[in-house]
Write a new protein. Structure first.
Length: 155
């Protein structure tokens, strides 16, 4: 199972709009070599045309595009927005958490979805995130270790 890169965890991202949230959240993925610039552009374009299809439940978004739309390597990120941001989903706004998903194959996509579902269903995880919401090394380490433990349980 894919382990999370600690540089892809942000527990206090500041964004005022959904576009800013996607650009800032995707910016780290770009810097770390997980995606090309067109991944973010495509995600924003699709959201404008079709709406926020990637908001899966109250307050949680899993932004992603197809592998051929700018994915360079498989992985995922975990972002806690400083304050909830409206994406245009009446039932599920505001979004407080974003888990960007990048996969190169269908098999990797399914594996990551299973991991992300396990994270989302874990109430203890979100309690831990709220208690450790600052972007310091200790908080990042706590969240990284917890996510990676969930992944090991699925292996």
């Amino acid at each position: 199972m894919e382990k999370i890169n600690s540089r892809l965890i942000n527990l206090n991202l500041k964004a005022d709009t959904w576009e800013e949230a996607l650009m800032k959240g995707g910016g780290v993925l770009l810097e770390e070599g997980y995606i090309e610039d067109r991944y973010i552009k495509t995600l924003i374009e699709i959201t404008k045309k079709e709406g926020p299809y990637y908001i899966i439940t109250k307050g949680i978004a899993i932004p992603h595009v197809r592998p051929d739309e700018g994915v360079k390597k498989t992985g995922f990120s975990f972002i806690r927005l400083e304050k909830g941001v409206n994406f245009g989903s009446k039932e599920n706004d505001p979004v407080k958490y974003m888990i960007f998903l990048m996969s190169k194959t269908s098999e990797e996509h399914i594996d990551l979805i299973n991991l992300i579902i396990s994270i989302i269903e874990d109430r203890e995880f979100f309690r831990l995130v709220e208690e450790n919401s600052g972007n310091n090394q200790e908080n990042i380490r706590i969240i990284e270790n917890y996510i990676n433990r969930i992944g090991e349980c699925l292996s």
